[in-house]
Design a protein around this ligand. Structure first.
Ligand code: HSE
Length: 441
């Protein structure tokens, strides 16, 4: 007698935007490969979308306009949430967990802000929530941090974790293009979030950094404690001056664990030009992770886009299919890698950090202005490492400084005093230098 074929694993997808469509296409396109790896068929049997698309192959699938039909479908093993945002995504995920369904989500905002309650609900219902695609698109960084580096105490991590922002900075640097012009192109290419301010103001990166820091350090998800600064104020001029000083400007998410406290910050950052991470261009993402046993490790690849993100979504679905195949109900590894309760290590405020700083000060071309600037910096105990001053072609000229390491509070005080000088015109541009500028990068 022939053996009965293993039961197919049924997937329901809620939301057919960029990631939802990419996921459907990947499951269909690689179905034989996935079946060989899982020993059973992976099939999408139910999709929900408010805007039906005619170019998708939905043969044999139930197509609903109500996403809640998918979580109520008794045949569905795993619900894939690719609608984004909080409402109705949170309700959908909670309902799916209540119904005993596993959930795969690409929604970093949802995990960063509501992850603590979502994981609790998943545990209560003995199901799994997987979220590899929520950070760095196609790079399996969650798995690397949580499982691959599990033996290490993670000291720090730093990453380019927003593809849109990196695409914009790369184009601005290479072609002296204006910020708005490049942003429009990134939106057309499908890299940007529905609200692009999430990309350019650092919110998207802060969501991702919050998730990584929690896994790295075993702290609860604390999005509200992640310092967030965007790139919309960066000009081609700053990129050029930074290059003259030997640095590239990248939008970096940085998390550090000193033991006594944790830092979580997203901001434009000067990185030594020769380092690998400074040369990750376009929509590419890269994350450096330093573990006490392994040292520095680097993970890079495409951080956005339909296929790259779908690669991580489908890998999560496959993990869950394997859990199901061995008769287990939920993943063995805790969602954030640590058994709870999580550590209550304090998260430092940005004012408590120390860094080297790039400062661009626009000044009137007058006698004694440089002396006044030096005097203010000296009074704040800030030492200058490098300086650029060009010939004036108008009434004002920029003075660009690189400082030695100083406490952020002292830099703030110096900036405030400098901006009050009558010779200083407008706001001073301040960009922090990467804390790992010792070749580790
Ligand atoms: N808008 C995001 C980015 C997509 O540009 O990185 C992936 O999270």
């Amino acid at each position: 007698m022939s053996k009965e074929a293993p039961k197919a694993f049924n997937v329901g997808i809620c939301g057919l935007g960029t990631v939802g469509c990419g996921t459907l296409a990947l499951i269909q396109g690689n179905s034989d490969e996935l079946c060989r790896k899982l020993g059973r068929k992976l099939q999408v049997t139910h999709v929900a979308t408010r805007t039906p698309k005619t170019d998708l192959n939905t043969d044999g699938m139930q197509v609903s306009s109500d996403i809640f039909d998918v979580v109520a479908d008794p045949e569905i093993n795993v619900v894939v949430e690719t609608i984004g945002g909080f409402d109705p995504a949170l309700e959908l995920v909670m309902q799916a967990l209540e119904n005993g369904k596993h959930v795969v989500t690409a929604n970093k905002a949802l995990i960063a802000v509501h992850g603590n309650e979502i994981f609790t609900r998943a545990r209560e219902n003995n199901v799994t929530v997987a979220f590899e695609s929520s950070v760095a698109g196609g790079i399996p960084i969650i798995k690397a941090l949580r499982e691959g580096l599990a033996a290490n105490k993670i000291n720090w991590l730093a990453g380019i974790i927003n593809g849109t922002g990196n695409f914009i900075l790369t184009e601005m640097a290479a072609k002296q293009r204006q910020f708005e012009d490049v942003l429009a192109e990134a939106q057309e290419l499908g890299y940007a979030e529905a609200d692009p301010t999430f990309d350019v103001e650092g919110i998207d990166a802060a969501h991702k950094l919050t998730i990584m820091a929690s896994i790295a350090f075993g702290i609860p998800l604390q999005f509200d404690k992640t310092y967030t600064e965007g790139i919309s104020h960066i000009t081609p001029e700053d990129i050029t001056y930074a290059r003259e000083l030997g640095y590239h400007i990248k939008h970096l998410g940085i998390a550090v664990n000193s033991g006594d406290a944790v830092e979580m910050r997203v901001h434009p950052t000067l990185i030594p030009s020769g380092s690998t991470i400074a040369n990750i261009d376009g929509v590419g993402n890269a994350v450096l992770v330093h573990g006490d046993a392994v040292g520095a490790t680097l993970y890079c690849g495409p951080g956005a886009g339909a296929e790259a993100t779908a690669s991580s979504v489908v890998a999560d679905i496959m993990d869950i299919a394997r859990i199901d195949s061995v008769g287990a109900s939920a993943a063995i590894v805790p969602a954030l890698g640590f058994c709870e309760p999580h550590s209550d290590t304090e998260v430092n405020d940005i004012e408590q950090i120390s860094s080297e700083y790039y400062l661009r000060i626009q000044v009137q071309d007058k006698v004694g202005v440089m002396a006044k600037i030096s005097n203010v910096l000296q009074n704040c105990d800030i030492s200058i490492e490098a300086i650029i001053q060009k010939e004036a072609h108008s009434q004002t000229l920029p003075i660009v400084l690189l400082t030695h390491t100083a406490p952020e509070r002292q830099i703030n005080e110096a900036i405030q005093t400098l901006e009050a000088l009558e010779e200083v015109v407008g706001k001073i541009v301040r960009i922090r230098v990467a804390p790992f500028a010792d070749g580790t990068l």
